[in-house]
Structures are given as C-alpha cells and as structure tokens.
Ligand binder design. Structure first.
Ligand SMILES: [Zn+2]
Length: 414
C-alpha cells in the first residue's frame, strides 16, 4: 500500500482538532519524509488498535493478491474483512473499523516514488477527515430498501448481479453513502467521485454565483457530474497504469463493468495516448492538454463521445449537439479552485499545507448546513429543471425528508 510522505506537519497545532481521534504527542512526531501514521489519526485509536491493525494488514494483503491477478484469494480476504467490520463481531470497534477500511481502500495500489502526481496522499487525508467527522457511510441493502420504501427505484436497481448505484453524495446534509457491495478498488474510485462533488459543493459556491443567479443549475450539474466521473475514473486508471509500468497484466479498471470510462480503445484511453503523458497522469495536466486541442476534429470527436457517454449515464435527455460545456465549464473555478487543483498547488508548495488544513477546519460549520449551490440545486429540482437527472430520481422515495440534492455515482457500462 502506498504511504503519505513528504508532508511537513510539525508545528501544525490544528492536527488534534482536525482529526479528533489523534492522541496527544502527534506534534512531536518527526513526520517529515516519513509515512504518516494513518492509524493514529482514525478515531477509535488506541481502543481498537489491534483490530484496526489487523484490518489494515488484511487490506494490504488483498491489495497485493488482487494486483497479482489472484482474484480468488483476494475475494476470500475481502469476505473476511467485511465480516470483521460487522457490528456484531466487534460492536465497540465497528465505527473505527469502517473508517479504517475507507482510508485503507484509498491507500491501496502501487507505490510511486516520484511523488503522488494523482494526489492519492491528499485523498487519504481528506478521507480521514471526513470519516472522523462521520460523513461517510455504507449504503447497505437494508438502507437501500428503506430509501426505496418498497417501490421500484434506482436505490435498489441491479445490473449483472450488483447494484447500479455505487455511491451518493447528498448535499442537503453533507453525507456520503457508498455501496457496501463495492470491492475496495471500486470503493476508492467511487469515494474519489463523491469527495470531488463534496469539495466543489462546500468550497465552490463562492465562485458559482453566475450559475446560481442565471438559474442555470442544469449546466452546473452536468459539469459537476462529468468532472466527478472523470476524476474518479482517472484516479483508478492511474493505479492501473502504474502497475502496468511495473509489468503487471491485471487490468482491474475494466473488470466487471464498473468505472470503465477508460476502457481499452475507448475515447478517453485514446485521448490519454494522444497527450503522451506518463502515468500517473495529473487530472488538470490531462484536462489542459486536451483543452488546447479541443477544436481539432479528431479530438473533438473523441470528447463528444465522452460527453455523450456520461450524459447518457446520468441524464435522460441529451439535448442538442455536442458543445463540450460539461467537460470544459465556463467558470474558471473548475481550473483554479477545485479540489484537485488545490491539491496540485499543495504538492508544489508544501508550505501551503497548513493553510489547507486551517481551511478544512472551517468545514465544521460548512458540513452542518447546505451550501448556497446546494440550495439552488434543490430549488431547481423543485422547479422541475432537473427532472431527467438521475440524481433527482433518488429524492423523496418513501417520503423521507432530506433526500433532495443527491449526486450519485453509478456503475454504468460506458
Ligand atoms: Zn456523481
């Protein structure tokens, strides 16, 4: 499993408050250039240390077996991990184990010595923060049925023996739900997708007044969905490409049919080859290189295929011809202030890290109430502007309140 390294956290007084479960003395750790002690930062430590370490080791074993192509052993390990998280096997540690599992899932994959160009380290920190703030939950079969309330619904819809809905970010109460049936690498991709939604929702509204004032929430939702899908899929694709560079032949991004936006010979894989970027491919470098050539007929053709694919997955109506506004939104926020571009800045300037953490602290407030952009989205849903958005099908099933503003991640065959 990869480890977070290189971040200088000494003297960061905000750690304890930020990660809550942190025991005293974390500031005394000499963290520069050493792996960050994730397990210390997951709430539940040290009470459940033994259980958490055991789960962490199992997940590392899963990671290794799966990437070596030993699917059978990996599946066996997965079942054991899942059983160990069951509340009945260790009630007092169930939450700590679940949090350990989320963090472990985004820590998997090949090590990359050149620094994490695809921001895995930062995703790990974000997952620790959100898990400790109890923002991330399992979408279990029981919860799905409760949401569906006995009706035919996307909450419970299945395809090829698994649920279609793999994750949800609900902006109204700032909660993330991830399908409890996702295997770890797909859970990581789905989590990356939902966290991308969450970050944009919690920080991006400051830059989105044009959209809100023009009541063009539909364009926002399209861009938001396309970028979250691209980010989640590219995150997973990078893990695979790094493995492939070291000689692995296991293409875990196209196993089954989830998240295969980067399927072999598909438009995104062709665009990736076209940029000649070496893995791991940073989202905005990729995005920027493609943007420069977006009027080239071949590039435009491929981009339109991508646009159509994602819209068809998330929206029932695909109006008009391809105009690529989803992939290249007009707002500069997407390229200057988004989650991934913030992280890019952090990578370039570790001195910014403390500022980043301080900003995250303000989330305490942000997480308890809907953002203005979330409220605008809910109003647009009420007006009927988002009727064909698949996220809108997830609201008000069974009359549960607080189901508006739902942004899903789907297991779609692209
Ligand atoms: Zn989504």
């Amino acid at each position: 499993m990869a480890v977070v390294s290189g971040a200088d956290l000494t003297g960061t007084g905000s750690w304890s408050r930020l990660f809550e479960g942190v025991p005293s003395g974390i500031r005394d750790d000499n963290l520069r250039g050493t792996p960050l002690p994730f397990l210390k930062w997951i709430r539940g430590y040290p009470r459940c240390q033994k259980e958490m370490e055991s789960l962490w080791a199992s997940l590392a074993d899963y990671d290794q077996k799966f990437r070596a192509g030993d699917e059978k052993s990996a599946e066996k390990i997965y079942s054991q991990i899942f059983r160990s998280m069951d509340a009945t096997s260790s009630p007092s540690c169930a939450d700590a184990l679940r949090r350990t599992y989320y963090v472990g899932a985004v820590s998997m994959g090949p090590s990359y010595k050149g620094g994490d160009g695809f921001y895995r380290d930062d995703l790990v920190l974000m997952v620790i923060l959100l898990a400790n703030k109890n923002v991330i939950h399992f979408l279990t079969p029981e919860l799905r049925h409760k949401m569906a309330d006995g009706k035919k619904s996307l909450w419970t819809a299945q395809k090829n023996g698994d649920y279609l809905l793999s994750g949800v970010y609900r902006c109204q109460n700032s909660q993330i739900y991830l399908s409890s049936s996702l295997r770890p690498f797909n859970l990581a991709a789905s989590l990356a997708h939902e966290i991308d939604h969450l970050y944009r929702d919690k920080t991006g509204f400051r830059f989105m007044w044009d959209w809100i004032n023009n009541k063009d929430v539909r364009s926002f939702v399209i861009s938001d969905e396309i970028l979250a899908s691209l980010y989640g899929a590219l995150y997973q694709r990078n893990l695979f490409l790094l493995d492939k560079e070291s000689g692995s032949t296991v293409d875990y991004t196209t196993q089954g049919d989830e998240f295969n936006l980067f399927q072999k010979n598909g438009p995104l894989s062709q665009l990736m080859d076209f940029t000649h970027l070496r893995p791991p491919i940073p989202f905005f470098e990729f995005h920027g290189l493609i943007a420069q050539k977006k009027n080239d007929p071949w590039v435009k053709g491929k981009l339109c295929e991508v646009d159509k694919t994602i819209r068809a997955g998330y929206f029932a109506q695909i109006k008009g011809s391809c105009n690529l506004e989803g992939i290249f939104p007009k707002s500069t926020w997407f390229t200057t202030e988004s989650y991934i571009s913030q992280l890019r800045r952090l990578r370039r300037d570790p001195g910014q890290f403390n500022n980043y953490l301080l900003e995250l602290e303000t989330w305490e407030e942000a997480l308890v109430r809907p953002s203005p952009v979330c409220s605008a989205m809910i109003e647009a849903e009420d007006r009927g502007d988002l009727k064909d958005y698949i996220g809108s099908q997830l609201e008000d099933q069974g009359g549960h309140t607080g189901n508006s503003g739902v942004k899903p991640c789907l297991r779609v065959k692209y």
